[in-house]
Ligand binder design. Structure first.
Ligand SMILES: Nc1nc2c(c(=O)[nH]1)N[C@H]1C(S)=C(S)[C@@H](COP(=O)(O)OP(=O)(O)OC[C@H]3O[C@@H](n4cnc5c(=O)[nH]c(N)nc54)[C@H](O)[C@@H]3O)O[C@H]1N2
Ligand SMILES: Nc1nc2c(c(=O)[nH]1)N[C@H]1C(S)=C(S)[C@@H](COP(=O)(O)OP(=O)(O)OC[C@H]3O[C@@H](n4cnc5c(=O)[nH]c(N)nc54)[C@H](O)[C@@H]3O)O[C@H]1N2
Ligand code: SF4
Ligand SMILES: [Mo]
Length: 751
């Protein structure tokens, strides 16, 4: 028998990598005939990444081709098995269950959780509002409370805009301090910059200095000039001492930014209590070293003091994040070349937005602990207690919608959450796998994956070290059994709001345009009607992106023949469009009353009492502390089912210092039991000089050995244990409601 084989039809697709924030330019060889990726390379012509990529770039191919990825909606059967159903039935059923629960028990009986891949998909991000409006609930959770929420809160209070992140102007700096981030592995976070290693090396080549302050001698420390160990969770003390030195040695010079900053003298008073000698016992950092670092940083021509997740998900995350920004202000490095600067995204407003009122806090409180919502977020680790009848009684959350999230592995105390999910009347997951979380759902709606839809780097153009705009084409037709994530959200919203989906979509466009064109806006002469007509009939997120681009600071202002940006123009640009280096944006971009930078906002200062109380406790503290880590071939919990990324030795190891290993009798490769208030795990120990004595490190995102999933590769090659079985859901960074995933008190013993 002769089989006819269709000749390959090769093509090259250029798009940005949707896996991490760096958003490298990829050049993908595809065979259109078989619908498969043949090869992926870094795009040498991409002005941002210039050919750079990391091993995770292959995930875009492997996720697309993973036989276990879901390609039809699945409904749970009474016996725990699954049946496939078609989309209309699935959407109707989901909406009717949610409505029933809402109608009977009120809107807050339903909650939702937004996961990380949302940030990598413009449609998933832009279409949360229709679903959120449809649900009308105040019970909104997301990965933010295991991530950047302390930074959001600090910035909202200081600048009036919690999403205006200061980003290192890394290519122009002379002194780079990295605290609680490991950009060599994470590839940069709130610092979208492909090939960080090269950029850090360039600082050193031009005579500058890179300093890493971390309880682990991380991979980033490996390319730095200096590494300083710090006891986990004590960064706020150390930073207050740095501020103390800056004042004591007359090194405070805010420069231009000082002209519109309030609170410098208040901060002097606060820091007066924290000379380096007062904090050394807690931090483990020699007072003279603290002084030297403060001096070097203030003496440097241009400096970035950068901090990330290790400073957020810790006991004093908001204060630590705030102090990092404050050091930037005091040394005149915020909003200045070579310091921490603010991108001007192409989809952002064309003219400064109006000042806003105070940050909302406490419009909703959790039932058992009375935890306040902070700027619309409730701590994700409170999901379990909000669901449990024993904790929340009649006011319990009875339905949950997860959107591209895996909180059983990524949120604190996963085992408690797993048990609680069993108490729900209805759970809906919009996801692409049956994993540790979604297996508890009654219905899973599979979205299309990145190669199957267009994308625009919406979030990461707000975190990029140079201004940029990037559109990515659809590579393959979506699998007919899947639906674009945005459409799922829109269709659910439409059903919950009793509004036709197209009408809801038009309302979204109308709402967006209302703030950007017409009288009183930055485009007073463009009527909403004209803009709406220019936006065309193409539905979905790209129409919204087009409207934002055209109304934005580089946009064509809806004039067809103007030079400015539009989606049409970007669609003709095969690589990322470089829009130049970051430029000063303050004070215009401030949204505080009177556009004044608040160096010591009251809401943040109110947490100083807790910090003061913590100092004494921390100075005497001898408990072992657990911190997390990331690895180059992981992305949180969800890339372990791809053979290329899962192969090799088990990676979920507990790093422990030689001192501790010897003291506890744990040999390299031996088993160690780690116990916290919330749980315990047994992991393979790896004795490592990288670790500060008294600190152990376990990566997160593992723990795939649970039953009922469809992740055969992850389960067999990299099951690991879940570090969040150990993350206690009770302690919080209070002002932001963020969990403490770094610096968890633990007991470690040989098994
Ligand atoms: N201990 C500890 N815990 C942590 C952290 C830590 O450092 N230490 N980090 C925290 C941080 S920073 C984050 S961001 C969170 C992440 O927390 P989550 O977002 O809850 O977890 P992920 O592991 O990113 O899970 C992503 C989910 O999205 C699904 N998915 C992937 N791609 C798509 C898609 O295209 N469409 C749809 N619909 N679904 C998709 C995956 O199957 C998976 O279920 O974890 C947090 N948890
Ligand atoms: N390969 C890979 N890349 C990723 C991800 C991934 O899972 N894998 N996840 C992505 C996501 S969602 C995010 S949010 C980013 C996060 O990006 P990063 O913030 O760079 O994340 P980590 O690599 O976890 O680095 C945290 C560092 O903080 C240190 N640390 C822990 N506790 C403390 C402390 O108390 N004080 C100080 N000073 N340091 C501490 C840890 O040792 C570690 O080196 O990475 C993104 N990129
Ligand atoms: S660094 Fe991030 S964006 Fe670049 S190839 Fe790797 S995963 Fe993709
Ligand atoms: Mo994250």
């Amino acid at each position: 028998m002769v089989q006819s084989v269709a000749a390959p039809e090769l093509d090259i697709v250029r798009r940005s990598c949707p896996v991490c924030e760096a958003s490298c330019g990829l050049s993908i060889d595809v065979d259109r005939n078989s619908g498969r990726v043949v090869r992926i390379e870094g795009d040498p012509e991409d002005p941002r990444s210039r050919g750079y990529l990391c091993p995770k770039a292959y995930a875009v191919k492997d996720v697309h081709e993973d036989p276990e990825r879901l390609r039809r909606p699945l409904r749970k059967l009474p016996d725990g098995g699954w049946e496939e159903l078609d989309w209309d039935e699935a959407l109707d059923w989901a909406a009717s269950r949610l409505r029933e629960i809402r109608d009977e028990h009120g809107a807050n009986a339903v909650g939702y959780y937004v996961g990380n891949p949302t940030g990598h998909n413009a449609g998933a991000q832009l279409y949360i509002p229709p679903l959120a409006m449809g649900l009308g609930t105040q019970r909104a959770f997301s990965a933010a409370t295991m991530d950047q929420m302390p930074q959001n809160v600090a910035l909202r209070e200081m600048l009036g805009d919690g999403w205006m992140f200061p980003i290192p102007d890394i290519d122009a700096t002379d002194y780079f301090v990295c605290m609680g981030g490991n950009p060599l592995i994470s590839q940069g976070s709130l610092m979208s910059a492909p090939n960080i290693k090269r950029r850090l090396q360039a600082i050193r080549e031009r005579g500058g200095k890179v300093v890493v302050i971390d309880p682990r001698r991380s991979e980033t420390a490996g390319v730095a000039d200096e590494h300083v160990f710090i006891r986990p969770g004590t960064d706020a003390f150390f930073l207050l001492s740095v501020v103390n030195v800056l004042f004591a040695e007359d090194r405070v010079s805010p420069g231009r930014v000082g002209e519109f900053t309030d609170g410098v003298e208040t901060l002097r008073g606060i820091a007066a209590d924290f000379p380096p000698e007062a904090t050394a016992a807690a931090t483990g950092i020699d007072p003279e070293l603290t002084r030297r670092l403060a001096r070097e940083f203030s003496d440097a021509e241009r400096g970035c003091w950068y901090a990330r997740i290790g400073l957020c998900t810790q006991e004093f995350g908001t204060l630590a994040s705030w102090l990092v920004y404050a050091i930037g202000v005091l040394t005149g490095r915020l909003d200045e070349r070579g310091g921490m600067m603010f991108p001007l995204p192409a989809t952002g407003p064309r003219a400064p937005l109006e000042p806003v009122g105070p940050m909302p806090v406490g419009r909703y409180r959790t039932v058992l602990r009375g935890l306040p919502e902070v700027d619309g977020q409730i701590p994700c680790g409170a999901m379990a207690e909000e669901i449990e009848a024993a904790s929340a009684g009649e006011k319990r959350m009875r339905a949950l919608v997860t959107l591209a999230g895996n909180p059983v592995l990524s949120a604190p105390n996963g085992p408690r959450l797993e048990r609680a999910l069993g108490e729900l009347d209805f759970m809906l997951a919009v996801d692409i796998y049956v994993n540790e979380t979604t297996r508890h759902a009654d219905l899973i709606l599979p979205s299309s994956v990145q190669l199957e839809h267009e994308n625009y780097d919406l979030l990461f153009s707000t975190t990029s070290v140079r201004n940029m705009a990037r559109w990515s084409p659809q590579t393959f037709e979506p699998d007919p059994g899947t639906m674009d994530h945005w459409r799922i959200l829109l269709e659910l919203g439409a059903r919950l709001l009793d509004t036709p989906a197209d009408e809801l979509d038009d309302q979204m466009l109308g709402h967006l345009l209302a703030g950007r064109v017409g009288p009183g806006t930055a485009l007073p002469d463009v009527s909403p009607e004209k803009a709406r007509e220019a936006a065309g009939d193409e539905r979905g997120p790209m129409r919204l992106v087009d409207a934002m681009l055209r109304a934005g600071p580089y946009g064509d202002g809806f004039e067809e023949d103007a030079d400015g940006l539009s989606l049409a123009r970007l669609r003709e640009t095969p690589h990322a469009l470089d829009l130049g280096p970051l430029q000063p944006r303050l004070p215009d971009a401030l949204r505080t009353p009177g556009r004044r930078l608040q160096l010591v906002p009251e809401y943040l200062a109110s947490d100083l009492e807790r910090l003061r109380a913590g100092l004494e406790e921390r100075s005497r503290d001898t408990r072992m502390r657990l911190i997390g880590r990331r690895q180059i071939r992981n992305m949180n919990s969800w890339l372990h089912n791809l053979p290329v990324l899962a192969k090799g030795r088990p990676r979920c190891t507990l790093l422990i210092s030689p001192d501790d290993a010897e003291r506890l009798g744990i040999p390299d490769g031996g088993k160690a039991r780690v116990r916290s208030r919330s749980g315990e795990v047994v992991a393979d120990a790896s004795v490592s000089e990288e670790m500060m004595p008294g600190v152990v490190s376990l990566p997160h995102g593992f723990g795939h050995a649970r039953p009922g999933t469809r992740l055969s590769v992850a389960t067999s090659l990299q099951p690991g244990v879940c570090s969040n079985d150990l993350t206690d859901e009770l302690p919080l960074d209070v002002p932001s409601g963020t969990h403490v995933a770094n610096g968890i008190p633990v007991e470690v013993e040989a098994v």
